[in-house]
Write a new protein. Structure first.
Length: 332
């Protein structure tokens, strides 16, 4: 029996709520997904999708799987999963269909192609996309699914293969909040932390920008560490210091920026002039040891501009408002 795509009522009651253009006269019992064993489709069982699908099997759900490489699903099939020859075949036999794919082109093909999910999925079913994806594509696909009476959540995860294996994932979920509440127990099977981010596509926005910050920081760390090694400090020592100091303790995200930038409170905890001084010392050291520090130099220029605004005695976080001006967006 297909699950109704949106329901704001309590579990165990009946509902006829419609959303996304869904029109159904069938009155069904509304239960949170995960209350009972379900038949779930999972497409894309690579390094992260495979252990995620495995968690669903462990929880007692029936699992129908598909991947471009059948051998990727070998362990799941041995564990009781059923193989389907196409995404369409998966969708035809499942109440919930999930994907975890390399990127937007693969997701669009898997959903919208002639043998994709869209031609096979039933009205009232739910589609959950775990792909690190383009929010613009997510919203286009959502619109097409809505026309067929199918609900969608974008639900990228953070934690990598190891996190998927141990359930130590953050699952971000965007879409209708009623759908999120119904799917939450199911998603908690995959990750210990589940966070609702807002409307459809919002989880993908959060995921790709988080990754942007993460990979950008990696490159800045490389600049600092190569400079440090050439200046005579061992790599192990540098890593230990960075791990135990404010950066490694996540003080910027947990304490400093919430107390300053995110509140618009720029009373000095650490002044702009001191931040500029420290950045200047670092880039000077890089030049002394012939180490290019392109990202550090760009950061230094931002603080030089902040000094030019007359902000020398303001908190260093005020420099972040320069980007707000350029973006014409305020982060608070």
């Amino acid at each position: 029996m297909p699950w109704i795509a949106s329901c704001a009522c309590r579990c165990g009651t009946t509902a006829r709520k419609k959303s996304c253009g869904i029109t159904s006269s069938d009155s069904i019992t509304c239960k949170s997904l995960g209350d009972l064993p379900m038949r779930i489709g999972f497409i894309g069982v690579g390094h992260i999708g495979n252990p995620m699908a495995g968690q669903l099997l462990k929880a007692g759900h029936e699992l129908v799987v598909h991947d471009i490489r059948r051998e990727a699903a070998t362990n799941l099939l041995k564990g009781g999963a059923v193989w389907a020859d196409s995404p369409r075949a998966v969708a035809q036999q499942c109440e919930v269909v999930a994907t975890c794919l390399p990127g937007p082109p693969e997701m669009e093909t898997v959903v919208c192609g002639p043998e994709g999910i869209l031609p096979g999925i039933k009205p009232g079913a739910i589609y959950i996309d775990h792909t690190t994806n383009s929010p613009l594509l997510v919203r286009r696909v959502h619109a097409r699914l809505c026309e067929k009476g199918v609900a969608m959540l974008d639900a990228p995860v953070s934690g990598g293969m190891e996190g998927a294996q141990s359930r130590d994932l953050l699952v971000m979920m965007g879409g209708e909040e009623a759908i999120f509440q119904r799917c939450r127990p199911l998603l908690e099977t995959l990750g210990k932390r589940v966070l609702y981010t807002g409307g459809i596509g919002s989880a993908s926005v959060c995921k790709i920008l988080h990754n942007c910050a993460s990979f950008g920081l990696d490159l800045l760390l490389a600049e600092c560490w190569t400079t440090g090694v050439k200046a005579g400090v061992t790599a192990d020592t540098l890593f230990e210091v960075f791990s135990q100091a404010a950066l490694g303790q996540m003080m910027s995200l947990k304490v400093r920026l919430p107390g300053t930038y995110l509140r618009g409170d720029f009373e000095p905890r650490f002044a702009v002039k001191l931040a500029r001084k420290d950045l200047g010392l670092a880039t000077e050291l890089g030049r002394a040891y012939d180490v290019p520090m392109r990202l550090a130099a760009l950061a230094e220029q931002e603080y030089i501009e902040a000094l030019g605004r007359g902000w020398a005695e303001r908190d260093a976080s005020i420099a972040l408002t320069l980007q707000e001006e350029r973006a014409r967006a305020q982060v608070r």
